[in-house]
Design a protein around this ligand. Structure first.
Ligand SMILES: *Cc1c(COP(=O)(O)O)cnc(C)c1O
Length: 398
């Protein structure tokens, strides 16, 4: 064991990390190893923390078939964002009544495709999209996405682009009824990796206003609240644990809706997958920009364009482990491509051992979500990030 054992134990059990590392050490870098067994545990923890909620897994976080199969077996439903995700999830035998078309931005013909395949639950946040749904998916259930606050406390905000204000949400749900759809509920997403649990409080308060207004003024009785994602994964910037999120959020719900809660949906992505993954890269080159420079530049064989896009603006800070020990020194971490934007961390200076050498491996913790799914191009000819799965439902069982 070296001095970095403490770092490992903040994120993995030693046994679990050893399993991942033993497998990783047989493969050439770069790649991410995802342990499906850890996703299974996170699913259990989520289901136990929110026993009254239905889980719709946000496929975009990690669309690996092995993960979809595992979660399908566990009884999860799925938040689907495109016809491609739809075909994938249907191909493993998930029935369409377990799917929601959760993207507010959709082609009219794609709505028709979802409807043909049997999907009857759609999100919207605009009149034009709602009219498309009415035309292509008649009689379906519709929920409206609200704009939320809290983007400054979310490490990867999902605001501005999605959702509408309360007054428009009310108008859309009334229009949904008038167009022959079923006005079903309200959704929000407080921002991914949301560190302020209070963000759910203000969102739930807004939902309550909409429920009451529609009941009292329009005789529309909404049935469902979709509380989106935003639940925490474990990175360098710490958060409360999931149990604390669940306790507080449940309390906010009961404050507004009493014991007789409407149907509650959660759409976790990051919190289920992140901590199941370890991205493994190797050091390509180490340099200093002047003879007197106090920090090194460390170039590695994975970068912003091959899996680490969430380092943009240094938003997500992944813990990094190496097997080298001894004196540490600050460094800038950059990727292998010919683009100067391909720098992962420059303001936040990671400290890595001076003994770190070319060819040494770097283990990026908590990289099971939003790495392979965002790494889809071949910039500079570097292939998309390879993903290797271990554990249940995979071809590499323990
Ligand atoms: C991305 C997304 C999610 C998942 O969010 P996480 O913060 O990763 O849990 C859930 N719902 C919708 C609509 C999304 O776009």
């Amino acid at each position: 064991m070296n001095h970095n054992t403490n770092l490992i134990e903040d994120y993995y059990t030693l046994e679990s990390f050893a399993r991942i590392k033993n497998f990783a050490d047989t493969q050439a870098t770069p790649f991410v190893v995802v342990d499906n067994g850890i996703i299974d545990q996170h699913y259990t923890e989520l289901a136990e923390s929110f026993p009254y909620a239905k889980v719709y897994y946000a496929i975009k976080a990690n669309p690996a078939v092995e993960i979809l199969k595992l979660l399908s077996k566990r009884g999860a439903c799925f938040d689907v964002a495109s016809i491609y995700e739809l075909d994938k999830v249907l191909s493993i035998g998930v029935s369409p009544d377990r799917l929601s078309y959760g993207n507010t931005i959709k082609k009219r013909k794609d709505i028709g495709y979802f409807y043909q395949k049997g999907v009857r639950l759609f999100v919207t946040d605009s009149e034009m999209d709602l009219r498309h749904i009415a035309a292509e998916a008649p009689g379906s259930k519709v929920y409206v996405r609200l704009l939320t606050e809290g983007s400054h406390t979310a490490d990867w905000p999902l605001s501005r682009k999605f959702g509408c204000q309360t007054d428009m949400a009310v108008d859309l749900l009334v229009l949904a009824r008038d167009l022959g759809l079923i006005p079903y509920g309200v959704s929000f997403h407080v921002g991914s990796q949301q560190r302020d649990i209070g963000a759910w409080d203000s969102a739930i308060d807004k939902v309550k206003v909409i429920f009451d207004w529609l009941k009292d003024e329009c005789d529309i009785h909404l049935k469902m609240i979709n509380m989106g994602g935003g639940f925490p994964a474990n990175y360098i910037t710490r958060t409360n644990d999931l149990a604390t999120y669940a306790k507080e959020i449940t309390h906010y719900l009961k404050d507004d809706f009493g014991d007789d809660l409407p149907e509650i949906i959660l759409e976790p992505g990051r919190s289920l997958c992140s901590n199941a993954g370890v991205l493994v890269s190797e050091v390509v080159l180490i340099s200093r920009k002047s003879n007197t420079s106090l920090h090194r530049w460390i170039y590695t064989d994975v970068g912003k364009f091959s899996g680490l896009i969430e380092t943009m603006d240094e938003s997500i800070k992944y813990p990094i482990y190496t097997e080298k020990g001894g004196e540490q020194e600050e460094c800038v971490l950059a990727g292998p491509s010919c683009d100067s934007a391909d720098i992962m961390y420059e303001n936040h200076k990671y400290e890595l051992p001076l003994s770190l050498d070319v060819g040494d491996r770097m283990y990026w913790f908590s990289t099971g979500a939003y790495t392979t799914s965002y790494s889809s191009i071949e910039f500079n000819g570097f292939p998309p990030l390879m993903q290797l799965m271990i554990g249940p439902e995979t071809s590499n069982p323990y």
